[in-house]
Design a binder for this molecule. Structure first.
Ligand code: 5RP
Length: 236
């Protein structure tokens, strides 16, 4: 998986993303450690007088936002999201992403897709030439889970030409299945590489029982890459 990275690279990315935030915006608040750093920094801006409201993409982000003092709005009350700032597990060519390391991919994708702009914030270890070293998370309905996992195996075998390793995600102590905020299971699909990203995404989405997958295609328009020394802005 990703190499260990000094927290400062993530902080640099999170801080640089603040420059996209404007007064009065409704903001999608991503999930994961980098997004949480952004939420905490946003909270400092709110304390300084900035008026925004946030739509969290996970229960964990909601908790972080409440602690940081970021005003929140119920997703069902929102008809327009100006900007979403979220992390990623891998950033590949054309800003295709693998997301879902934290298990929040469904809500993250719903919010990113509803936003005028998605800014992805990562440390430089996340940039890859080919997606797939990070196992692809796929969220699946609990009903018929074994059948669905077999169908995912078939799809990934066909598109990658290799034999994927598909494992059900467990809670950290390994005792029970991991359950998403939406009540579903996650399977992590190690495939070593994905070259036909759009085809893979479409074929996974077509499997009954697949609730969502962690390939984010044509969603991020800006990627902010944090390094130990600062942040680089990459634009489509
Ligand atoms: C959660 C995600 C995260 O954005 C992704 O896992 C990156 O996390 P981190 O910023 O902690 O490296 O997709 O579902």
């Amino acid at each position: 998986m990703n190499k260990p990275v000094d927290i400062s690279a993530k902080q640099h990315a999170a801080r640089a993303a603040l420059s996209y935030v404007e007064e009065g915006m409704t903001l999608g608040l991503g999930s994961g450690s980098t997004a949480e750093l952004f939420i905490e920094l946003l909270g400092q801006e709110v304390a300084g007088g900035l008026k925004v409201r946030g739509v969290p993409t996970s229960l964990q982000s909601e908790r972080v936002a409440i602690d940081a003092g970021v005003p929140l709005v119920e997703v069902e009350q929102v008809d327009h999201i100006h900007l979403t700032v979220d992390g990623a597990d891998e950033v590949g060519p054309d800003f295709a992403l693998i997301k879902g390391g934290g298990g929040c991919l469904l809500r993250e994708k719903i919010i990113a897709n509803a936003s005028d702009l998605m800014v992805c914030i990562v440390d430089d270890s996340k940039l890859v030439e080919v997606l797939g070293a990070y196992p692809l998370p796929v969220e699946v309905d609990r009903f018929g889970f074994t059948i669905t996992a077999k169908k995912i195996f078939d799809v990934l075998s066909a598109v990658s030409g290799s034999i994927p390793q598909i494992v059900q995600r467990l809670k950290n102590d390994g005792s029970q299945p991991f359950i998403t905020d939406g009540g579903n299971y996650i399977v992590d699909c190690a495939c070593s590489s994905f070259s036909r990203i759009k085809e893979t995404a479409a074929r996974l989405s077509a499997v009954p029982g697949v609730v969502e997958h962690g390939l984010f295609v044509d969603l991020a328009r800006i990627v902010v890459v944090g390094t130990d020394n600062g942040a680089d802005i990459l634009e489509m």
